[in-house]
Design a binder for this molecule. Structure first.
Ligand SMILES: C[S@@+](CC[C@H](N)C(=O)[O-])C[C@H]1O[C@@H](n2cnc3c(N)ncnc32)[C@H](O)[C@@H]1O
Length: 303
């Protein structure tokens, strides 16, 4: 019995090692030196380079709902010990690490093209960080990946239709791709008026995601989730000053300071700022029949 267990552990380790070599070999085969020139414009944006050092601190409040979100991720992806997971736009690897720790898949790869972000993923346990844009990563149809995740990152990726096709090609039957995206353009954060008004004017990425995913050969299912978190007022102001989401990059220092004054007034009674973050889950499953066209839900979700 004990010998069987030891043998199983050795087998799992050897399998992981082989898969890791296979996945690490991929960027080498594709030519890592080409990487920089292939980066899409948005990716070279200085936003993630400038916030990388503070990213984990800025998003620490996600710990408040990590357990609930992980449960929902597991429900959507139906994770198994044999799964090989790619966390696309995985950033500093926080969620890759949580998935690896909680569900113990064969391998969790964190894919992100920003070195300043992925360098923090190298400190995280049980994951394989890969510095590469997702568009290039999914080009290999021989990938052993069984589940893909993109949390808070799909809006940065180029040419979604090609991406879905590439992912469809490399997934086995039963393989899944889970997209988690803000359901309200991040408007549930207590922003000051100027930011809130600006966010309200932006076209909903949700609507186009909805349409384009239903035009794929995947079986699509969707759900909305709300999670609660609490941020101290001072931390919230630091996050605003640090432009914790990319949309804040366009506001000047003066506008941010003005906004903080406004919030200091409106939030004056509370030291802690409670927030409800709204997320939209889109699960794409490769079934044994191509089901395009998907039945379109009558009303797409409203942000
Ligand atoms: C909002 S962060 C989300 C990070 C992580 N998924 C999380 O939830 O903590 C978005 C990430 O997408 C990455 N990203 C942007 N364009 C990308 C691309 N073309 N391929 C892969 N990742 C990309 C950024 O570098 C950034 O780390």
């Amino acid at each position: 019995m004990k010998q069987n267990l030891i043998l199983r552990r050795i087998l799992v380790k050897v399998t992981r090692y082989i898969l890791m070599i296979n996945c690490v070999a991929t960027p080498i085969l594709y030519g890592a030196s080409e990487e920089i020139s292939l980066l899409p414009k948005e990716v070279t944006s200085p936003h993630y380079m400038s916030i990388a050092d503070n990213y984990d601190t800025f998003f620490h409040h996600e710990e408040d709902y990590a357990e609930a979100m992980l449960k929902d991720i597991n429900e959507s992806l139906a994770l198994k010990g044999s799964d090989i997971i790619a966390d696309l736009g995985g950033g500093t690897g926080t969620w890759s690490e949580k998935i690896a720790k909680n569900f113990n898949p064969s391998l969790t790869i964190c894919v992100d093209p920003i070195e300043a972000m992925i360098k923090y993923a190298r400190d995280k346990k049980g994951i394989l960080p890969l510095c590469m844009p997702v568009e290039k990563f999914v080009k290999n149809p021989d990938h052993p990946i069984t589940k893909f995740l993109a949390k808070g990152s799909i809006h940065h990726f180029e040419n979604h239709r090609a991406l879905y096709q590439d992912i469809y090609k490399c997934l086995p039957i039963g393989g899944k791709f889970l997209i988690i995206t803000s359901a309200d353009n991040c408007r549930s954060y207590p922003f000051f008026k100027k930011v809130d008004e600006w966010l309200a004017q932006q076209s909903s990425t949700l609507e186009s995601l909805f349409k384009e995913t239903h035009e794929t050969s995947f079986k699509v299912s969707t759900s909305e989730k709300t999670y609660q978190a609490v941020i101290t007022k001072q931390k919230w102001f630091t996050m605003l000053r640090g432009r914790f989401i990319s949309s804040l990059s366009q506001f000047s220092d003066e506008e941010i300071e003005e906004g903080i004054k406004e919030l200091n007034h409106t939030l004056q009674d509370s030291e802690n700022v409670p927030i409800s973050t709204k997320w939209f889950f889109i699960t794409l499953e490769k079934t044994n029949e191509s089901i395009y066209p998907n039945t379109f839900p009558a009303v797409p979700p409203q942000p």
